[in-house]
Design a protein around this ligand. Structure first.
Ligand SMILES: Cc1cc2nc3c(=O)[nH]c(=O)nc-3n(C[C@H](O)[C@H](O)[C@H](O)COP(=O)(O)OP(=O)(O)OC[C@H]3O[C@@H](n4cnc5c(N)ncnc54)[C@H](O)[C@@H]3O)c2cc1C
Length: 239
């Protein structure tokens, strides 16, 4: 039986693992942190739940919408407005705002936790590199100390591009796969983002749930109000 290793228990790794499981393919997910979700992350501070990575998700397919409804997702009803480099704020795109913006009372990690159900996930395992096994075939997965963390016929890497590139670069793979893979991965660039959570005693009086910088020339790209997600803020702080 084919066995697949998936590195990363963010939404990409979890979705792939669920699809493979549904098709009867055995897989093991390796995750370096203690929980699932990756950049779709939630933190609770002073009784307030902050989604400090992904804020909400859209459901472009019926399958996704079904998953969101089964996991008791809620629509953030207030709209997203826009602002420019000068700080001028105006109403956002009515078509985009007409689509539901799905969030979860317990935070966006509720989605990843639901997607993780029934999967074989090894937490606190950071895969550093892979070793192609010439005799038996497949790959060995190793940590930075060279410890053998597992074996699989195929490996799916889902960390962000630069981290995936580092794993591929440190691995022993067939040159005809490794070189083009690295060439593509090295084209992927990321901008560093700081997520700042501010605690207000009450919801500020604002007509929008969030603001997005549309010309990408303002140092702030996004501002959002967690008060608008049911369950994120205690009732005493709601209005
Ligand atoms: C601030 C911010 C706001 C965003 N807002 C939105 C939004 O509103 N709506 C939206 O749809 N998207 C949003 N996004 C994008 C969205 O969060 C990501 O596209 C999505 O979460 C990426 O999922 P992923 O599984 O591809 O990667 P990740 O979430 O990065 O998952 C990769 C996983 O791999 C693990 N990992 C990494 N290296 C290793 C290793 N060597 N060994 C083992 N495990 C490893 C990581 O710990 C992580 O859990 C936002 C992102 C950010 C940062």
């Amino acid at each position: 039986m084919v066995h697949i290793a998936i590195v990363g228990a963010g939404v990409a790794g979890l979705a792939a693992a669920q699809v493979l499981k549904r098709r009867g393919v055995a897989c093991t997910v390796y995750e370096k942190s203690r929980g699932v979700g990756g950049r779709a992350a939630t933190r609770t501070v002073a009784g307030v739940t902050f989604d400090h990575g992904a804020q909400y998700v859209k459901a472009p397919t019926a399958d996704l919408e079904r998953l969101f409804l089964e996991t008791h997702a809620i629509d953030i009803e207030r709209p997203v407005w826009v602002f420019n480099a000068a700080g001028t704020i105006r109403e956002g795109d009515p078509n985009q705002n007409a689509d539901p913006k799905w969030a979860w009372e317990a935070g966006i990690t509720a989605l990843s936790k639901a997607m993780a159900q029934g999967l074989d996930i090894r937490f606190e395992v950071q895969i550093d590199h892979l070793e192609l096994l010439s005799g038996q075939g497949g790959y060995r997965l190793l940590d930075a100390a060279g410890n053998n963390m597992g074996h699989a016929d195929a490996v799916l890497l889902t960390p962000p591009g630069p981290q995936t590139a580092a794993i591929v670069a440190a691995s022993t793979l067939l040159e005809r796969f490794q070189v083009p893979l690295l060439t593509e991965l090295q084209k992927v660039t990321y901008r560093r983002i700081l997520a700042v959570s501010l605690l207000y005693a009450q919801r500020p009086t604002l007509p929008w749930y969030a603001l997005v910088n549309i010309d990408r020339r303002h140092p702030i790209s996004w501002v959002a109000c967690e008060h608008d997600k049911p369950g994120h803020v205690p009732p005493t702080m709601r209005c």
